[in-house]
Design a protein around this ligand. Sequence first.
Ligand code: NAD
Length: 498
Amino acid sequence: MPSPARSSAPAEVLNYIDHAWRASSASQHLDVVNPATGELLGRTPLSPGLEGAAAAEAAARALPEWRRTPPGERVQYLFKLKALLEDDLEELARLITMECGKTLDEARGEMRRAIENVEFACGMPILMQGYNSEDIARGFDETMIRQPVGVCAAICPFNFPGMIPFWFMPYALACGNTYVVKPSERVPLTMQRIIQLIEQTDLPRGVVNLVNGAAETVDAILDHPAIRAVSFVGSTPVARHVYRRSAENGKRAQCQGGAKNPIVVMPDADREMTTKITADSAFGCAGQRCAAASVAITVAEARDWFPEMICDAAASRVTGYGLDDGVQMGPVISPQSKARIEEWIGLGAAEGAGIPVDGRNPSIPGYERGTFVRPTILVDVPAGSQVASTEIFGPVLGVMHVATLEAALELVNRGPHGNMACIFTRSGAAARKFRYEAEAGDIGINVGIAAPMAFFPFSGWKESFFGDLHGQGWDAVEFFTQKKVVIERWPKEWSRKF
Ligand code: NAD
C-alpha cells in the first residue's frame, strides 16, 4: 500500500483494480514533481489500454451485487468515508499542496468541497426516489423507478486532485453504479491516498477501481462496452474529444471544459471588496481554477480606481511554497505551464496590452527549482485580441474598459467559453440585467468564485461544457440513474377472496 505523504522516497504509483493494488505493466511513466521544490514525488505509469479495460471489467463484475444492495446500505459506506476524510483532511491537504502546488489553505478548502459532495450523496435513498400516479386510466397505475446506469468512469484534471472525482463518484456509488477513476497523470498521489481510505470502508470488491495513465488509458475507458457513463473535467479540446468518442460508443457523457471568466466592475462597486475578491479569484490557486477571473471589464468611472487598486493587490501577493506560513499563492503545475503562461503574457503585450505588473521569471528565494509565475496584470487588453479570449490558466488578469453595461455584456458574451461571469455593483437593476443576459452557466453577483455548492449543479455553457446534465445537485441524480416506467393493471375479477 503506497504512503506517499509520509515518505521522502518517490512513491510507487499503483492501480487499484478488483480490490487489489497492482503495479502497472506500463512501459512509459511520467515524473510527479513538487512544483515548488522540484522534488521527485513519484512516477505515474501511463497504463496501457488493457489495464483501463481490466478496471472496467472488475467494475462490471461488481455491478449485479452492488445494484441489489439497498440504497440505505450503500450510503453507509459513504458515511464511513466522510468520517475517514475528515480525520485525514490535514494529510490529504498537505499531499495536494505537494503535488499540485496550491497553498495549504486552498488545499483544505478543496477537501471540504469534496466532503460536501459525500454528505449530499448520503441523501440518495430519498433523492433517487421515483414517482407514480394511480388511475392513469381506470384501474391502471403508472410508476417511474430510477435504476443505476451501470459502470461509470471519471477522467480528471490536475488542478483539483482531491475534489473533482467527488463531483461524481459519491453520487454514482449511492445510485448503485460501480466506478472507475482515472486521475490526472500529473497529480496521482492524492487519489492513491483517497482509495486507501475507501478501502478502509470495506466497500465490496470491484465497486471502485483506479487506473492511472493518459490518453491511451482514457480511450480504453471510452471504448469499453461495459462503461455506460463518462464524467470528464479538463481542457476544451479534450472535453470535445471525450464527448464525441463517448457518444459514438453510445455512452452518456458530461464533459466540463476550459474557461475564460470575465468580471464586470461597475462604477458604483465597493472598491475594497471588489479588488480583494477579484485578486483572490484571479490569483488563488495561481489562476489554475476553472472559476478563476481572467478578464476584468471596467465600466465608465470604474477605470479611475480599479486598475491601480488591482495592480497593488497583485504586486503585494505573497508567492512561495504553499506549505510555508503566510504564502498566498503557489507555483504553476509544470515548467511547460510556466513557459506557456509567460509566452501568453508576451503575446498580450505584442497585441497591444500594457504590463504594469509583470510576474514573469520571478526569483523565489529557497525555491529556485520551482515553477513560479507571480501575479501579472495586463491593461488595455484590446477587444478581439487572442489574449482576451484564450484560456491562459495561470495568474494573469487582463483588464479591459467599456463605457456601458451593455458594452460589457457584449464583451462577456463574445467569448467562446461560458463557465462563469461575475459583476460587482450596488445596483439591483444592473445585477439583474447581468444575471439575465450573461451567457455563462455560473453567475457571481458581488462574488468572485461562483462555484456552486454540492446541492446545485456545477454549470457551464458553450465551449465550457459538452453534455446535458452537469455534475452535482439533482443533475447528478439524473445522470447516474436511468428511468424505468412501469404501467400495470390488476383486473378486479382476478382477485381471490381470502
Ligand atoms: P487536460 O485536458 O490536459 O487533461 C484532463 C484529463 O484528460 C487528464 O486525465 C488527461 O490524462 C486526459 N487527457 C489529456 N489529453 C488527452 C487526450 N488527447 N485524449 C484522452 N485523454 C486525454 O486538462 P488539465 O490540464 O489536466 O486541466 C486543466 C484544464 O481543466 C483547464 O482547461 C481548466 O479550465 C479545466 N477545468 C475545467 C473545470 C470545469 O469545471 N469546467 C474544472 C477544472 C478544470
